[in-house]
Design a protein around this ligand. Sequence first.
Ligand code: APR
Length: 236
Amino acid sequence: MIPSSIVILTGAGISAESGLSTFRDKDGIWAKVDVNDVATPEGFARNPDMVHDFYNQRRANMAWAKPNPAHFALARLEQAFPGAFLLVTQNIDDLHERAGSLELVHMHGELKRALCGNCGYRCDADGDLSRDRTCPACGAKGFLRPDVVWFGEMPYHMDRIYAALNACDLFVSIGTSGNVYPAAQFVQEAALAGAHTVELNLEPSLGIDDFAETIHGKAGMIVPQWVDRLLDGKTA
Ligand code: APR
């Protein structure tokens, strides 16, 4: 069956073959850094220099990384698919944009953006952030932070995401472990709306039982193959 409306959710696993670390694999980011120190508002208040260093390093890694065949396959699907399409990423890297994806929302924010904690102004980070930077809008010094969603903060674009989930007939989750909500619950939302649900992941995620179809393997291999089959009308 050819779907009429597709929602795709991606996680860190889709960028792994581009050389960017995932979070919960054995050599993942949270095995090396305490999430409470660098991914919470309290951690930023406690030690802003540590948090800036953490994101400045990830921003530098992102600049060297290149989109992989999985990113390009999703951009190709978006171009070729005649129906409604939304790509929701938990990732804060810009590899989907650089692969050509357009209908894309970053529900956990973006490494390349900055947010002023004093006035709420958002702008491009334009290089390393630090306590010495001043906000271009209000002039306050030391309030610019990475425009990323930390634990305990509200994810972005949730109205648009839930509207798309409730209207889709195909939901695909790629490269996410299903550890973090609300993203981990999107599959149930889509299934309630009657969508066919597919998991494309290196290994079974925590939400494996919620998916109607699961394909395991490296994203750089299984995502292009799956997109080819979908566009040939052989799947979904
Ligand atoms: N191809 C496909 N899947 C892969 C690959 C690969 N090459 N490498 C790893 N994976 C899978 C892992 O098996 C795992 O299930 O990607 C998933 C990555 O899971 P996490 O590291 O938990 O990352 P993610 O699910 O994106 O985390 C969600 O948690 O810490 C927060 O804000 C952070 O957005 C992040 C959120």
